[in-house]
Design a protein around this ligand. Structure first.
Ligand code: ADP
Ligand code: MG
Length: 699
């Protein structure tokens, strides 16, 4: 940053924001567009040309030459295709043009994006449609227009369309509830999200020197380093110089795009870090999180580092997740999950709380699926990440309130507690009404819910689609009952009590990492899908098809296509990983170990040539151990190769995914164990790749 640049000047300087719109658009056009953005009203086609022209002029002033519709196909990453504003006018001349039509609709060739059977490959047509609720922005000389992406038949081929639909669904339902509590002002209720993002930074040299990192983004072999994270000396520790410079530049670039990166710190594992933005409306939060991941990767290159977003890049130390903080807020800025001073009397809050408890209990499977990927399977259930069982942690105060409501007993408000640290100059601080529970997958954190299961590389859209829609269903059922009753107070109390009673099994405040919880959860009838394929299978269960269908969020066809894609990408990832292991074993690891054994043998011969009585037991022992391991490794290699062949031959992705889980992964694990045992016995200089110790402590 140049000294003269002030943060308030650069923030959102690359964004066609509301300020820019107000300044540049004719008043009527601005008002109409704002109505679309703020209230989700359909865009008036007649204003599109004016908006497009203004956008183009602004973009060109800011150095842009191209525009692109930017969308989120079902690959998990974003897609873009750039067109110049250029338009020939004859006589070898050209003008810069951009029409309303080009703004509203694009026609990228859709044939190479996953569609899960929604579109045969020969039906290449796909459309992108402008999402006015997400601001356009400039990046690398192009004007980026956030869009939704659909097939020729109108089915959503992306993650954004169902997300926008789910936001509409929860808006409609929540509005009905706030009206019942006398709110006549609110026009729109929005779901808000703040996504905390964890990541690793490693040296680019180390990355290039390991094929597993290179092809798969995570290590498939690697003995633990002598020192791991046991000293906990990395968490919140001082930032290394290179990392600190990286974070500064990252913040700056994100700020230019209007992304409010706020918090940054070292995470628990060595080489692990976190970035958290200030929350925003959910569609924007999703866009911003995708851009954040992109910039994390891109800027790392400038510092000769690589940013790893994989969920479990290194075995034995913490993996990375994404904390999806979610809440509902009125357009006036009232957070509907704010308990207030007296939560036990705050019926509106209790009703919204009841809706979330019901939603999470009834759609545990969907939430679990939204965090199910091949990569996240390596992380969930570890000692640092939530287990695969969904439960809600509410905290001491709310637990007590709910208990008193269920039992019909009285509740007396907890006195505010203050803590003195026993040092006069340090002010006394107010104690929160509850401690935190880091082990819970879904925790109430004062005025929002934190879903901690999502994997670090994932698009957070699906988790929020599920949350919005499931909560919309609970709220709209509540509204049905409350709107027709003649005894509002009585019905309200009964609704709250009955819902808490019926769904209290999902509440858990103990240690979610414990073995006992697994047992207890089973007794409570909670689902526990340990692996992604097991979870995916339930995506199209009747109740789930009904839910999404009822609110027009996803049709059955759209759901079936996504189910296909889940299995397909799981299969592809596992296939690449298995093949990478095979290649590394036979082309890097076996040759290296064999060469080392050869060198040891030569040394034995050389020593014995000097005198038959020289002690060669050390070399002998190593030769024997390594030769045994080498033979077993080659056997394990063969075993993996055989199952991998079978996996490839499976015609259905679903069948293949289950086969990978049941037959291939165990063989990958077996091979890894052997290779890791050889690593610790081999000379450092012969090992054909950087070790964990080299990588995680290098920066
Ligand atoms: P922690 O998880 O450590 O308690 P914070 O309280 O700072 O951290 O919040 C974490 C994230 O939650 C931030 O991204 C923050 O902007 C977001 N957040 C705060 N309030 C809301 C809200 N009402 N809706 C959605 N996200 C929120
Ligand atoms: Mg958090």
């Amino acid at each position: 940053m140049e000294k003269t640049e002030r943060i308030q000047d650069i923030f959102a300087s690359q964004v066609f924001s509301e300020d820019v719109m107000r300044e540049r658009l004719p008043k009527e056009v601005y008002k109409s567009l704002l109505n679309t953005i703020a209230n989700g009203k359909e865009i008036d086609a007649s204003i599109a040309d004016v908006v497009a022209g203004t956008m183009k002029d602004w973009a060109i002033e800011h150095g842009a030459t191209h525009f692109t519709h930017w969308f989120q196909p079902l690959t998990g990453v974003t897609a873009e295709k750039h067109d110049a504003f250029l338009s020939p006018v004859g006589h070898g001349k050209a003008i810069m043009e951009f029409s309303g039509k080009e703004l509203i609709k694009g026609e990228p060739d859709a044939s190479s994006f996953p569609s899960g059977g929604l579109r045969a490959t020969f039906e290449a047509r796909g459309y992108t449609a402008w999402d006015p609720a997400s601001y356009a922005f400039i990046k690398d000389g192009s004007l980026y227009i956030p869009t939704a992406f659909c097939s020729y038949g109108g089915e959503a081929l992306d993650t954004k369309t169902p997300l926008l639909r789910s936001m509409d669904a929860v808006n409609t339902a929540a509005l009905r509830i706030v009206r019942l509590f006398g709110d006549t002002v609110t026009q729109r209720v929005v779901s808000t999200v703040g996504a905390e993002q964890e990541y690793f930074l490693i040296d680019a040299e180390d990355f290039k020197a390991r094929r597993d990192l290179f092809y798969c983004g995570r290590t498939l072999f690697g003995a633990p380093a002598v020192k791991g994270q046991e000293l906990e000396d990395h968490y919140f520790g001082t930032l290394p110089t290179r990392v600190s410079a990286y974070m500064k530049e990252l913040d700056m670039e994100l700020w230019r795009l209007g992304i409010s990166a706020k918090t940054k710190h070292n995470e628990a594992a060595p080489a692990q870090h976190e970035l958290a933005p200030i929350f925003s409306t959910t569609n924007l939060a999703v866009d911003h999180n995708l851009l954040t991941m992109e910039y994390m990767r891109k800027i790392a290159e400038k510092y000769d580092m690589v940013c790893l977003l994989a969920e479990k890049p290194f075995e034995g130390i913490n993996g990375s997740g994404k904390h999806n903080n979610w809440s509902l807020s009125t357009d006036g800025g009232k957070n509907l999950f704010k308990p207030g001073k007296n939560p036990s009397e705050n019926k509106e809050f209790l009703l919204f709380l009841a809706a979330v408890i019901r939603a999470v209990d009834e759609y545990q499977d969907l939430l679990r699926i939204s965090a199910a990927t091949a990569g996240n399977d390596c992380r969930l259930g570890g000692h640092e990440a939530p287990p695969s069982i969904i439960s809600i942690f509410l905290g001491e105060e709310l637990d007590t309130i709910i208990k008193s409501i269920i039992e019909g007993s009285g509740y007396s408000k907890r006195d505010t507690k203050y803590m003195s640290l026993g040092v006069k100059s340090v002010p006394t601080i107010r104690q929160d009404t509850t401690d935190r529970n880091r082990t819970s997958p879904f925790a109430f954190t004062g005025n929002k819910f934190e879903f901690r299961m999502v994997g670090s590389s994932q698009n957070i859209a699906l988790s929020n689609i599920v949350l919005n829609t499931a909560v919309a269903e609970a709220l709209s059922d509540f509204a049905d009952k409350l709107e027709e009753t003649i005894d509002f107070g009585g019905t309200l109390d009964r609704l709250i009590t009955d819902t808490f009673k019926k769904h209290s099994r999902i509440l858990f405040s103990g240690n979610s990492y414990s073995k006992e919880w697994e047992e207890e959860a089973k007794e409570r009838g909670l689902s526990n899908f340990r692996t992604s394929p097991e979870a995916y299978a339930h995506f199209t269960d009747d109740k789930n098809i009904k839910l999404f269908g009822k609110f027009g969020v996803m049709s059955e066809t759209e759901m079936r296509s996504r189910r296909e894609i889940f299995f397909e990408s799981y299969r592809k990832i596992k296939n690449i990983e298995a093949r990478t292991m095979l290649e590394m074993t036979v082309r890097d690891i076996i040759p290296a170990v064999s060469k080392y054994v050869g060198a040891l043998s030569e040394s034995v011969n050389a020593k014995l040539a000097v005198s038959r009585s020289i002690n060669v037991s050390a070399e002998r022992d190593l030769i024997e151990k390594l030769s045994d391991l080498l033979a077993s490794t080659y056997e394990a290699y063969g075993a993996l190769e055989r199952v991998e062949k079978t996996a490839i031959s499976k015609s259905s992705d679903e069948e293949a995914a289950f086969y990978y889980k049941d037959s291939v992964i165990p063989r990958m694990d077996a091979l890894r164990k052997l290779v890791d045992s050889m690593e610790i016995l081999c000379a450092r200089e012969v090992w054909p790749m950087p070790t964990y110790g080299d990588i995680i402590f290098r920066i």
